[in-house]
Design a protein around this ligand. Structure first.
Ligand SMILES: [Ca+2]
Length: 327
């Protein structure tokens, strides 16, 4: 699930689009423990509505982004090619804008869009044995294939980040440890820079910052998921969290409180909370979600929510509540 806010001078609040089918908040007990995440009651925020369903074959990967104040969605799918849709303000709907060249893409598993300098790119991580993860570049008329990145490694996830002020791309794979590319300004390409050792079979990579430090959350379906910190020129493991059927280890924060949500396909998902003294995450709360696939923060003026999409059931919505027990 993603939310894109497109701000216009004449529309101070911007507009909100949720680009996946809306799940329903299940009713649940409204008995929040102190400083907790709990399921939101059924009257979840009405400003968030299901605006558009871009039709595709099952399990397409979708990614919205904004270029020059226009909202686009990339839809990459297993069959029938990949397409870019553009939002038409007058019709209030997405219209097909471009068919992207996807001859090298067999099984898209992830899309990331990002900007380097003034140029826009997106990358598709390809998870098939014969696939080729590919970088696309925007040229004012559309996105065109720019660089083939990674052959035959069954890539699971791409993550774009800045390391020491330079653009980098991490690709995680089924068949090898994650690799790090650095953007070369002179070549206008990503150059392979190194890898992250002892991290086989990573299914997802997310970066996050706590104060000035940069961290990675590496999800593994079997074994331990890992938290790494960026040190002098390399990432070092700082914590292992037991994973059982995990497809997502998602960092998020509310009001200077830093959390990790570790999904599980077999048992309860775990929410961890950052301990700033010990510099590690502590187990904080268990939540039950059927086969969670994402945790997305949604904040309104006064309330904070986390939406968790499920592979098997409804999307669930939790509210972050801090209760002052000193009163
Ligand atoms: Ca990604």
């Amino acid at each position: 699930m993603w939310i894109v806010q497109k701000k216009r001078g004449s529309r101070p609040g911007g507009r909100c689009f949720v680009l996946e089918r809306r799940g329903q908040a299940r009713s649940g007990p409204w008995v929040p423990p102190p400083q907790s995440l709990h399921r939101a009651p059924p009257h979840h925020p009405s400003s968030v509505t299901d605006q558009t369903d871009c039709k595709g074959t099952p399990h397409p990967k979708k990614l919205p982004f904004i270029i020059q104040d226009e909202v686009y969605v990339i839809v990459a799918q297993l069959f029938g090619g990949s397409h870019i849709y553009k939002f038409d303000d007058d019709q209030s709907r997405f219209n097909k804008f471009q068919d992207t060249e996807v001859s090298k893409i067999s099984k898209p598993n992830d899309i990331e869009a990002f900007q380097i300098g003034s140029d826009w790119f997106f990358v598709i991580a390809d998870s098939s044995k014969a696939g080729l993860s590919t970088l696309y570049k925007w040229n004012d008329n559309g996105f065109y294939s720019h660089q083939s990145l990674h052959e035959w490694f069954r890539d699971t996830d791409a993550e774009f980040l800045n390391l020491d002020g330079k653009a980098h791309l991490i690709l995680a794979s089924r068949s090898q440890v994650p690799v790090i590319y650095q953007w070369s300004r002179s070549n206008q390409k990503f150059i392979l820079q190194g890898d992250i050792p002892n991290m086989e079979d990573v299914v997802a990579v997310k970066h996050f910052r706590i104060k000035e430090e940069l961290y990675l959350a590496m999800t593994r379906y079997i074994g331990d998921s890992k938290v790494l910190r960026w040190g002098p020129k390399q990432f070092a493991e700082i914590q292992a969290v037991p994973s059982r059927g995990s497809m997502i280890l998602q960092p998020f924060s509310f009001k200077e409180r830093y959390y990790l949500a570790l999904g599980s396909d077999y048992t309860f998902s775990q929410i961890y909370l950052w301990d700033d003294d010990q510099k590690v995450f502590d187990r904080f709360k268990e939540v039950y979600i059927q086969a969670p696939r994402s945790f997305t923060v949604v904040s309104t003026d006064r309330r904070d929510f986390i939406f968790s999409s499920s592979f098997k059931g409804n999307t669930q919505i939790f509210e972050h509540v801090i209760i002052d027990l000193t009163l």
